[in-house]
Ligand binder design. Structure first.
Ligand SMILES: C[S@@+](CC[C@H](N)C(=O)[O-])C[C@H]1O[C@@H](n2cnc3c(N)ncnc32)[C@H](O)[C@@H]1O
Length: 237
């Protein structure tokens, strides 16, 4: 509901960035019900690993794999993005969707994601983004603060009311602390080159992708030091 039905388009744009390199092994982080992992497997023919921290999500993912012809190319792993159970340079490509708002230290998490990608491999992501300017930002604000919680309550009761209330402030707060300019710098410091960003659907979604640098050797500490988060109220996104 928050993407106004645009999530499929955004997801396809992110997967397009991975398809181009014809990868053999892909990691999808925060895979949730495995929608991205299945699309990656179907469109690349790669062996895809989907990792997520929530067992219930992986249960839903398992059911979705069983229903899809591409499911046999996807393996599911329980684990945290901040501490991936894979050796350095294991994957040709890596995707992550709606992840960074949930981690305590996005720069350190980015460094960990980049660690498991081979030099020259693709890293691609998708996240919500607050539309800019008038009238889209005020409309988005009203929608996320009032319509979305009400719709959540009407459709799913108390639990979905809480989800509807959470999303808008979570997205606004994330970009106040980590504007797009900060994200680009953090990707770069984590060892990613040729970074591209694409705001989609009036700015409601942000797709980012880039290539792991062939020369980068020590992602991690450097990125945490060089990119302190912006202070609240200084959103440049
Ligand atoms: C909004 S869902 C998105 C799921 C999927 N990427 C999609 O687009 O359908 C966010 C997912 O991130 C997972 N997640 C949150 N924090 C995580 C972490 N630190 N490591 C791995 N997964 C995480 C949650 O369990 C949830 O499945």
């Amino acid at each position: 509901m928050l993407s106004f039905g645009q999530n499929g388009r955004w997801r396809k744009a992110m997967v397009d960035a991975v398809v181009g390199i014809s990868p053999s092994r892909v990691l999808d982080v925060a895979t949730g019900p495995a929608g991205v992992a299945l699309q990656l497997a179907a469109r690349t023919g790669a062996q895809v690993t989907g990792i997520d921290v929530t067992p219930q999500m992986l249960k839903a993912a398992q059911a979705n794999l069983a229903r899809s012809p591409a499911g046999e190319h996807v393996t599911l792993v329980l684990g945290r993005a901040e501490d991936l159970p894979f050796a350095d340079a294991t994957f040709d490509a890596l995707s992550f969707t709606y992840l960074l708002r949930y981690v305590a230290d996005p720069a350190a998490t980015l460094a960990e994601l980049v660690r498991v990608v081979k030099p020259g491999g693709v890293i691609a992501s998708l996240e919500f983004h607050p539309p800019r300017g008038v009238p889209w930002h005020p409309l988005w604000f009203l929608y996320t603060r009032f319509v979305l919680p009400a719709a959540g309550w009407a459709l799913g009761g108390r639990e979905w009311l809480d989800v509807g209330r959470f999303l808008g402030p979570s997205i606004s707060g994330h970009y106040r602390r980590y504007p797009v300019t900060w994200l680009i710098g953090a990707w770069h410091d984590a060892g990613v080159d040729a970074i591209s960003t694409r705001l989609m659907s009036l700015g409601g979604g942000l797709v980012m992708w880039g290539r792991k640098s062939v020369s980068h050797s020590s992602a991690g500490l450097e990125s945490q030091v060089a990119h302190e988060p912006a202070l609240p109220g200084t959103d440049r996104a």
